[in-house]
Design a protein around this ligand. Sequence first.
Ligand code: GMT
Length: 383
Amino acid sequence: MKIGITCYPTYGGSGVVATELGIELAALGHEVHFITYSQPFRLTGREHGIFYHEVPVSNYPLFEYPPYDLALATRMSEVAAYYQLDLLHVHYAIPHSISAYLARQMLAERNHRLPFVTTLHGTDITLVGLDHSYLPITRFGIDQSDGVTAISNYLREKTIQEFRVKREIEVVPNFVNCDVYAPLNAEVREAGRAQFAENGEKILVHLSNFRPVKRAVDVLEVFARVANEIPARLLLIGDGPDRSQAEWIAQRKGIQDRVHFLGKLPSVSDVLPLADLMMMPSELESFGLAALEAMACRVPTFATAVGGVPELIEDGVNGRLFPVGDVEAMARAAVELLSDNMKHDAMASAGRQTARKKFCATRIIPQYEDFYERVLDRTAAVN
Ligand code: GMT
């Protein structure tokens, strides 16, 4: 198949999923065309079977707000016509499903069929879509899609409940490549850990785009309590609006020499397996891809019992779940787990098992391929 993919190319879960999906599809022999405003950060530009098309947005002085959605629709239709795309897959409902709708209509005028699939990721529904001014257009984009998927049951139910959409929504969960996100051998792991921690120190990790919904400040609050009890270090991967507040708290608590801000790393699969514990204390997660990536690397995850997270983490088995903001309980449980090698080992193994059995790319990518086939069959039959 020739598949166009549009996503937000910067640091964020939906862009990561879209990019990893493109990589996996290309590895299976599909031709993948990314149509985005900049090259997705996890692409090197050298992957076989993957092509990148930038969306130029005109900066004419009359436009106080350059019309990105229209530029994207134009580029989608051009790429689809030139490369004879079979299908477009957009990640994050707004504005991508609207641009795809426009591209489909423009091409239909020239007798070119371009069905499009929309994948809902989370904040497109829970935050942006529910802002009253965006609700009608988000609902329209969903209903006009030729196929819609959501990354968890929670998000599917939430979308149906809040938006009353007519289009059916299928759940295709997030995934990891279990060969790339995997534990390291002991020697490589020890050498990697030595870059950040002394022998005998525990390593906690957090990975996010540092938006308020991620509650990065809670990570610092938990870590300060843990570091008070046991020798420990904290690795913070990613960047975003709450990073400076996190830095300020680290300084105020006098733990800045134990906290390593690593910024936006191009590849997190090298760093995650170095850790002993992943912290994801978010206000809301419709899935929690960062937790899955850590679990696949055999790193137990402490998260909040919100949104779709309980579909991934079973409390006490492959990780732990806490109420939002309960930093005391998280810290106590972290000290307990990090002081008990047997419990830690069992939880780490259970996390890896969950990733392998339920969320490996080898299981999930065929679900997308099957979904595409059904959309193509259905839309061919209608036209
Ligand atoms: O990371 C975010 O908060 C942004 C958002 C996105 O679309 O980039 O993430 C959402 O999509 C991820 C990938 O499907 C999910 O793993 C996250 O849980 C989800 N974030 C929220 O629901 C807050």
